[in-house]
Design a protein around this ligand. Structure first.
Ligand SMILES: [Zn+2]
Length: 282
C-alpha cells in the first residue's frame, strides 16, 4: 500500500514550517523562509531553521565540565584560604592552563582566551550564580531572538566583555558573566524597542536585575566590572543590529553567522587544548 504520502521529487518540506513547497522556489510560500533549498542541504541549518536547536544547555554543560576539569587537574593544590569552599576552587595554574583571559594571557599572544575565559569559573558560588542566570535568561533570549541570534549575542557579548576588561588592564579574569550581561543587554533592547505591556515588563524587570547585579559587582572585590559593562553594551548593540523574531524571523544570514560562530569556538578551544597539553605539568 504505497498509494498515498508519496512525495513527488519536485517538492520538499520547507525546512522551517515543514509544509510542502516546490524544490525550485526561492522562498517558502507559507512561512516566507528564503533559500529553503540551502537549508535543506545542510542538516544543522535545517535544524536551526526549524527551531530544534538550543544552545543554552550545551553552554551550561561546557561550563560545568570545564569547572570539574579545572579542579580535577590540580586537586588539593589550592593555596591556603580562609574560605571553606576553597576545595571547590581551581588554582590559578589550572585556570591558566585552560584558557583564562586577561592582560597577561593577551600579551603572551593567547587571543583565543577572550572566548575560553567565558567558560571558566573561579569557585563554586561563581559558577552556581552564573549558571542560574544563564538558565533563567537564556531560554527567554532564545525564544525572542531565535537560537542562532542567541549564539551570536552570547558570544559577541562575552568577547566584548573580555576585550574591555583586557583593555582596562585586568591581569586575569574568568567567568560567563560578561556573556550573561549580554543577555541582559539583549532583553533591555527587546523590551525597550518592542514596548507595550509585555515589552515594558521585560524592560523593567531586566533593568532592575542588571542594575542590581552591576551595583553588587561595583561593591564587591575581585569582580570584573569592565567585563560586565562590555558584555551589557555588546549584547545590546548586537541585539539592536540583528533585531528580534517578532520583527524579523531569523534569516539564512543569521544561521550562517551562528555556524561561523561555532567554527570560531572550535578554533579557540583547539588552541586551548594545544596550550593545555603543552603546559601540563610533568
Ligand atoms: Zn515554510
Amino acid at each position: 500500500m504505497q498509494n498515498n504520502n508519496q512525495i513527488r521529487p519536485s517538492t520538499m518540506p520547507c525546512p522551517r514550517c515543514r509544509k510542502l513547497i516546490s524544490i525550485s522556489s526561492p522562498q517558502c510560500a507559507h512561512c516566507g523562509l528564503r533559500y529553503p533549498k540551502v537549508f535543506a542541504s545542510i542538516p544543522l541549518l535545517e535544524e536551526l531553521a526549524h527551531g530544534e536547536v538550543s544552545f543554552v544547555k550545551p553552554i551550561i554543560l561546557m561550563c560545568l565540565g570545564l569547572y570539574v576539569v579545572s579542579i580535577a587537574i590540580n586537586f588539593g593544590g589550592q593555596e591556603a584560604s580562609q574560605s571553606p569552599l576553597a576545595i571547590f576552587s581551581p588554582t590559578l595554574d589550572s585556570l591558566k592552563q585552560l584558557g583564562m583571559g586577561g592582560r597577561i594571557p593577551w600579551s603572551e599572544g593567547q587571543w583565543w582566551t577572550l572566548l575560553t575565559a567565558a567558560f571558566l569559573h573561579g569557585d563554586a558560588l561563581h559558577i552556581f550564580f552564573n549558571m542560574w542566570w544563564l538558565r533563567d535568561l537564556g531560554p527567554l533570549v532564545e525564544r525572542e531572538y531565535g537560537a542562532s541570534r542567541f549564539l551570536l549575542i552570547y558570544t559577541t557579548a562575552g568577547l566584548v566583555g573580555s576585550a574591555l576588561s583586557t583593555l582596562a588592564g585586568t591581569f586575569y579574569f574568568v567567568g560567563a558573566s560578561g556573556a550573561i550581561f549580554g543577555l541582559f543587554g539583549a532583553l533591555l533592547y527587546y523590551g525597550w524597542h518592542r514596548g507595550g505591556t509585555f515589552g515594558s515588563a521585560i524592560f523593567r524587570r531586566t533593568l532592575f536585575w542588571a542594575g542590581l547585579l552591576f551595583l553588587y559587582g561595583l561593591a564587591g572585590r575581585n569582580i570584573d566590572n569592565w567585563g560586565h559593562l562590555g558584555g551589557l553594551l555588546g549584547g545590546f548593540a548586537v541585539a539592536a543590529l540583528l533585531t528580534y523574531e517578532e520583527r524579523l524571523r531569523q534569516t539564512l544570514g543569521h544561521h550562517l553567522g551562528a555556524l561561523l560562530t561555532l567554527v570560531f569556538w572550535v578554533v579557540c578551544f583547539s588552541l586551548m587544548l594545544v596550550n593545555f597539553f603543552s603546559t601540563a605539568p610533568a
